[in-house]
Design a protein around this ligand. Structure first.
Ligand code: NAD
Length: 477
């Protein structure tokens, strides 16, 4: 496809079309129609991005951390002034409601600010007595690959700490949702980020990642996406021993204990599960309920999800919009077919809505046999399984019965149960009596097939730093 792209590449401080003029279409998932076009980088563009990042590296890393941070804070303010239009673009290309998109931008802005205001302390050397210290040095050029589900906040969680650490970045935005990358990079440009420090590319994802990771100039790879792609990237990174931060999939359990407050649990689970049509890596996907509460829980959650208003993302009455793309609809269909073939019951939902747009209703499955794919493959959509349990030990065993280990949630006020669940659940993050996602000030990362490394908090910045140990025979001064 060749035309002037609405969303362009940003290389060496300038917005530009791909050198060969190639573009890709961006589809509105609510209507399945063309929304905009995005430039698709050629090998030449990627080489230019690598060269410009490398040229800016020494200048950016030697700039006082305070000044780097000030640019981020200024960019956060510029972005805040544009949120209304940016949220509308994000909603149109992703399918989430405008309120969800605005909420996501608020978290992206908070992330830029949190990192920016702490730039000095996050990069200061650590003194160990009078004769030893650890100097935090920028690790070098970063290649950042971001997905389409939360394109604003996930970009901020990679860009802000890398820039504060003193690293230039080549960001690959998601081709399906390019506006967030464009708005954030534009805010950084207006805030005065020097040419070359942030480069934005779109295009063929596997060609871009293999091209960038072949370059020894790239020292850190940070990726959010599926486990399968994360593994491919880790293999590519092995050739140049590039450090990896991999935020991959999840299949998060919620354990509802016998003493749980049902209203609180149902409200919290329903709200968090169906945000962004269930396309969140840490959305709950399997609910385990203490047997005495099971029937009441089931009938009430069915009632709650049937009340969710599904509709066009730009309609203020809508509570859940369409899924982001046709691949997700196909994945939902396959998971449901497999589960039903094996004997699962559909309590509500279960098939695509008969209207244009990628609409899939909130779906609850029960009596799902252990071998069903929906209990093992990341659903990444509005499907929830519900099952009873008899003992906490059994709940923990079932909660841990996937290869993922990203998030886990539970509801109880019993201290023994809390201790057992916190100790027993195999996950990178646990929320108790509510469902909490990522925040700017704390590390968040998965274990096992959910990846490795952390984003957020001071650990999020350390991902982009080399620690240089200095030992001195006498005082360092
Ligand atoms: P996918 O793995 O093909 O793509 C996920 C993201 O990675 C996309 O933005 C894509 O552009 C990018 N990508 C794909 N191949 C790449 C490559 N070789 N190099 C660099 N980037 C690449 O899957 P999909 O169909 O877009 O999404 C489906 C699955 O992805 C979901 O089931 C879910 O497991 C996972 N996913 C996870 C997250 C998350 O937040 N962890 C976000 C989006 C998708």
């Amino acid at each position: 496809m060749s035309e002037v792209a609405r969303y362009q590449l940003f290389i060496n401080g300038a917005w530009q079309a791909a050198t060969d003029g190639t573009t890709r279409p961006v589809i509105n998932p609510a209507t399945e129609t063309f929304f905009a076009s995005v430039a698709s980088a050629s090998a030449l563009d990627l080489d230019e991005a690598l060269a410009s990042a490398e040229r800016s590296r020494a200048m950016w890393s030697s700039k006082p951390a305070k000044e780097r941070g000030e640019i981020l804070v200024k960019a956060a303010r510029i972005l805040a002034a544009k949120v209304e239009g940016a949220a509308r673009d994000l909603s149109t290309e992703q399918g989430k409601t405008i309120a969800e998109a605005a909420g996501e931008y608020a978290r992206a802005i908070e992330t830029l600010e949190w990192n920016g205001t702490r730039a000095e302390e996050l990069t200061a050397p650590a003194r160990l007595g009078s004769n030893r210290m650890i100097v935090r040095e920028p690790a070098g050029v970063v290649a950042a690959f971001t997905p389409w589900n939360y394109p604003a906040v996930l970009i901020a969680r990679k860009l802000a700490p890398a820039l504060v650490a003193g690293c230039p970045v080549i960001l690959k935005g998601a081709e399906e949702t390019p506006s967030a990358a464009a708005h954030i990079v534009e805010a950084l440009q207006e805030a005065g980020i020097p040419a070359g420090v942030v480069n934005l590319v779109f295009g063929n994802p596997s060609q871009i990642s293999s091209h960038l990771l072949k370059s020894p100039l790239v020292r850190v790879l940070t990726f959010t996406g599926s486990t399968a792609v994360g593994k491919q990237l880790a293999k590519l990174a092995a050739n140049n021993l590039q450090r990896c931060v991999l935020e991959l999939g999840g299949h998060s359990p919620v354990v509802v204990c016998e003493d749980a407050d049902l209203d609180k649990a149902i409200t919290a689970i329903t709200a968090y599960k169906f945000e962004c049509a269930g396309q969140s890596c840490n959305a709950p996907s399997r609910v385990l309920v203490a047997r005495p509460l099971y029937e009441a829980f089931l009938s009430r959650i069915i009632e709650a999800v049937r009340a969710i208003k599904i509709g066009a993302p730009d309609d203020p009455a809508t509570e859940m919009g369409p899924m982001a793309n046709a691949r997700r609809i196909e994945a939902m269909q396959q998971l449901i077919e497999d589960a039903v073939d094996r004997g699962a019951s559909i309590e509500t939902g279960g098939s695509r809505l008969d209207r244009s747009g990628f609409y899939w209703p909130p779906t609850i499955l029960t009596q799902v046999p252990k071998g069903a794919r929906v209990l093992h493959d990341e659903p990444f959509g509005p499907i929830l399984t519900v099952a009873p349990f008899d003992t906490i030990e059994q709940a923990i065993e079932e909660a841990n019965a996937t290869d993922y280990g990203l998030a886990a949630y539970f509801f109880t006020n019993d201290d023994d149960a809390k201790r057992a669940l916190i100790g027993g659940l195999s996950a990178g993050a646990i929320s108790v009596n509510y469902l909490k996602g990522v925040s700017a000030d704390t590390p968040y990362g998965g274990i096992r097939q959910s990846g490795y490394g952390y984003e957020g908090g001071e650990q999020g910045v350390q991902a982009f730093q080399n620690l240089k140990l200095v030992n001195s025979l006498g005082p360092l001064g």
